[in-house]
Design a binder for this molecule. Structure first.
Ligand code: NAX
Length: 365
């Protein structure tokens, strides 16, 4: 039996988590033989609903789920966690300006970054889903001076999978055969879905679709997909976001195989992208680590789009600059500087230490 891995999930009574928690507990994220301890975090007002979600998880009798713990504070919630999925965020309220939204989230993600820094396992891997995801991840990262910046990532995998799914549909191919997709930049309407390196059944995708259609129709379809789903469904993407978050963490932990994926990570200056922001790049993962795919050709059209989305991230950072600890700025200049050791210590008995559980099963698996 493998030792259990402790996974924290925030926003645990929300829509995305109502899908994701059941996938994690079923072994879809870290493997069908990997016991899991779930630390679920919510705001105090949502603890009643969270208790209901915990009961449902218990009622599924998942063989891999060893413990469910619920918390209304990040200090306890992140204690000893090896994976942290930061999904809860402050939504935009009526009359709220973008700057207000960034600031409201800065308060949440700086507190969570500090708590992760002070209490999580030293090899913790962090994924930020809550929007504005890239800048929230930067805020958490900048508030975790004792961890490596490259332990903090944000989610652009949903955009990546939207590109695979929609292009596959257009070309009559299975999405698994759409390889080489890249989402550059921010998880926002400025993101650049790049098809220049995509092959479908070995054939360059841009030989199969009209270039003007790609530039004028397809790119906005991907950039606006989230808004279109909200309009159609009356609620934002939830199950697809959950699947993307599962895939992001699974690939980071277990490897990407024969394709690369898009992950928002601290820029190391690759492809001329400014350091100091969390930007989506093509990456390959292996042995629990990721590295940026290097040496891809970037034409003028792509370069312009990559810079436009970079500039939006720089603007977002400026809006919260006064809330970022200046002493952590220099570390972002060299995010891969310290040994890139984000391998989870799987033999960590600490994670089995009892917490404030509401369910504890002690099953022998
Ligand atoms: P919901 O509003 O259904 O759930 C959010 C939950 O987070 C709520 O239960 C709330 O009480 C909780 N929460 C708020 N602040 C918290 C805190 N400080 N600690 C713990 N919990 C907290 O939203 P849902 O549809 O689940 O979406 C969650 C986030 O994902 C949103 O910010 C959304 O914009 C973002 N998304 C990001 C995507 C991406 O690709 N990066 C795609 C999907 C989604 O739009």
């Amino acid at each position: 039996m493998k030792p259990a891995i402790r996974v924290a999930v925030t926003g645990a009574a929300g829509n995305i988590t109502y899908s994701i928690l059941f996938k994690i507990a079923a072994g879809e994220m870290l493997g069908k033989d990997q016991p899991i301890i779930l630390n679920l975090l919510e705001i105090p007002q949502a603890m009643g609903a969270l208790r209901g979600v915990a009961m449902e998880l218990e009622d599924c009798a998942y063989p891999l789920l060893q413990e469910i713990n619920i918390f209304d504070n990040p200090e306890q919630g992140f204690k000893d966690v090896q994976y942290a999925m930061l999904i809860g965020a402050r939504p935009r309220g009526p009359g709220m300006e973008r700057k207000d939204l960034l600031e409201a989230n800065a308060a949440i993600f700086s507190a969570q970054g500090k708590a992760i820094n002070d209490h999580a396992n030293r090899e913790v891997r962090v994924l930020v889903v809550g929007n504005p995801a890239n800048t929230n991840a930067l805020i958490a990262c900048r508030n975790a001076p004792d961890l490596n910046p490259n332990q903090f990532t944000a989610m652009t995998r949903l955009d990546h999978q939207r590109t695979q799914g929609i292009l596959g549909n257009v070309l009559g191919a299975n999405s698994k055969d759409v390889k080489g997709v890249i989402i550059w930049g921010n998880h926002s309407a400025t993101q650049f879905p790049d098809l220049h390196h995509v092959h479908v059944h070995g054939k360059p995708a841009l030989e199969s679709v009209d270039e003007a259609w790609y530039r004028e129709k397809f790119i906005p379809i991907i950039q606006q997909r989230g808004a279109v789903v909200i309009k159609a469904r009356g609620a934002s993407s939830a199950a697809s976001a959950a699947q993307a978050a599962i895939n992001h963490m699974r690939d980071w932990a277990l490897g990407t195989g024969d394709d690369w994926v898009s992950m928002s990570i601290p820029s190391d200056g690759s492809y001329g992208i400014k350091k100091g922001i969390i930007y989506s790049f093509p990456v390959r993962c292996n042995y629990g680590r990721y590295e940026i795919v290097q040496g891809l050709d970037v034409n003028n059209f792509s370069h312009e789009k990559m810079i436009a989305t970079q500039n939006e991230l720089l603007e977002e950072r400026s809006a919260v600059e006064h809330l970022l600890p200046p002493e952590t700025a220099a570390r972002m200049e060299d995010p891969f500087g310290r040994a890139n050791t984000t391998e989870v210590t799987q033999l960590d008995d600490e994670c089995l230490r009892a917490g404030p559980q509401i369910v504890k099963t002690d099953r022998v698996i």
